[in-house]
Design a protein around this ligand. Structure first.
Ligand SMILES: Cc1cc2nc3c(=O)[nH]c(=O)nc-3n(C[C@H](O)[C@H](O)[C@H](O)COP(=O)(O)OP(=O)(O)OC[C@H]3O[C@@H](n4cnc5c(N)ncnc54)[C@H](O)[C@@H]3O)c2cc1C
Length: 253
C-alpha cells in the first residue's frame, strides 16, 4: 500500500497569530509541522506496518516548509516531496490542491491522507479540491481507519456518532485529531531521516506555469471576532419566570 500524506508547515499554534497584508505572517515567526497532520502521518505509518509499501510525505509552501517534511521523515515516513516556487506566494486552497494533485499523480499512490483542516488557514477545503483534481472518491472526518489491498474502511465522525464507510482504492481520506496517538521521532529516526529521499520540485518540474498558480480568491479584510458577552445571572426566587421571558424574547417558545 503506497500512502501519500499531505502535511503543512504552520505558525506555531501556541503563539499568537500575526497578520500582515491580510495574510498569516509566516516569516520571522516559529513554524512547526501542523499538529493536526501528525495524525495523518501516524495513520500512514500504521497502514504501512500492516500492509507493507511506502509512506510519502508531501508539502507545498515557502522553502522553510521542508522542516515539516523532515519531521515526518524522522517519525518514520519513507520519502518526502517539497514543492516551492515564488509563483506560489499567496496561493489559495484551490491553487494548492491543483499543485499538490500534479505532484501526487507523479509520485504514484493507493491512498492519499490529509488533515480535516489546517491549524492556520483552516478552510477545510483543500482535501476535497484535491480529491476532485485526482478524480478520487473521498471519505472525510475519519476517526478510525483500516485498509486492505483494495479498500479502506473508515469510522466517519458525525454530529450524533459515526458511520462505517467502506471505499475502494485509490481514494482520499481526511483524518480527525483523535484517529490515533502520533509517535514521537526517536533519535534513531532523526538520524535515519537525514538519508531518506527528499525531492524539491518547482512548477516547472510539474509541467505547470505561473498561470496554473493564479489565485482567484482575494482576502479583502480580516477582523477580530466580537468578544463573547458575559451571561445573565438570575436569582433563584425569580428564575423560572425570568427564564421563560428570555426564551420568549429569543422566540424559542
Ligand atoms: C509560497 C507559498 C506561500 C504561501 N503563503 C500562504 C499564506 O500567506 N497564507 C496561507 O494561509 N497559506 C499560504 N500558503 C499555503 C497555501 O495557500 C495553503 O496551504 C492553502 O491555502 C490551503 O488552505 P488551508 O490551510 O485552509 O487548508 P485546509 O483545507 O484547512 O487543510 C486541510 C489539510 O490539507 C493539507 N494541506 C493544506 N495545505 C497544504 C499544503 N500547503 N501542503 C500540503 N498539505 C496541505 C493538510 O493535510 C491539512 O491538514 C502558501 C503556500 C506557498 C507555496
Amino acid at each position: 500500500m503506497n500512502v501519500v500524506v499531505c502535511v503543512k508547515h504552520v505558525p506555531d499554534p501556541n503563539a499568537p497569530v500575526e497578520i500582515q497584508d491580510n495574510r498569516i505572517k509566516r516569516t520571522g515567526v516559529q513554524n512547526v509541522l501542523d499538529p493536526g497532520d501528525m495524525y495523518g502521518i501516524e495513520a500512514g505509518l500504521l497502514l504501512r506496518e500492516a500492509l507493507g509499501g511506502e509512506v510519502t510525505v508531501i508539502s507545498m509552501g515557502p522553502v522553510q516548509a521542508v522542516e515539516a517534511i523532515k519531521r515526518a521523515l524522522s517519525m518514520g515516513a519513507d520519502r518526502g516531496v517539497m514543492i516551492s516556487d515564488d509563483a506560489l506566494t499567496g496561493a489559495d486552497s484551490l491553487v494548492t490542491a491543483r499543485v499538490l494533485a500534479a505532484a501526487i499523480r507523479r509520485a504514484g499512490f493507493d491512498l492519499v491522507i490529509a488533515g480535516v483542516e489546517s491549524t492556520d488557514g483552516y478552510t477545510g477545503t483543500m482535501p476535497s479540491s484535491l480529491a476532485e483534481f485526482l478524480g478520487l472518491p473521498q471519505v472525510t472526518f475519519a476517526k478510525r481507519l483500516s485498509a486492505s489491498a483494495s479498500s479502506v474502511t473508515v469510522d466517519r465522525q458525525t454530529a450524533s456518532g459515526y458511520h462505517v464507510v467502506e471505499c475502494s482504492l485509490p481514494a482520499l481520506v481526511t483524518v480527525t485529531a483523535g484517529v490515533n496517538e502520533p509517535r514521537y521521532p526517536s533519535f534513531k529516526g532523526i538520524m535515519a531521516a537525514k538519508k531518506k529521499p527528499l525531492e524539491h520540485l518547482t512548477l516547472d518540474h510539474l509541467g505547470m506555469s505561473a498561470a496554473d498558480a493564479e489565485v482567484e480568491q482575494e482576502i479583502v479584510q480580516i477582523s477580530a471576532v466580537d468578544e463573547r458577552k458575559s451571561g445573565t445571572r438570575v436569582a433563584n426566587d425569580e428564575a423560572a419566570a425570568r427564564i421563560a421571558d428570555l426564551l420568549a424574547e429569543a422566540k424559542a417558545i
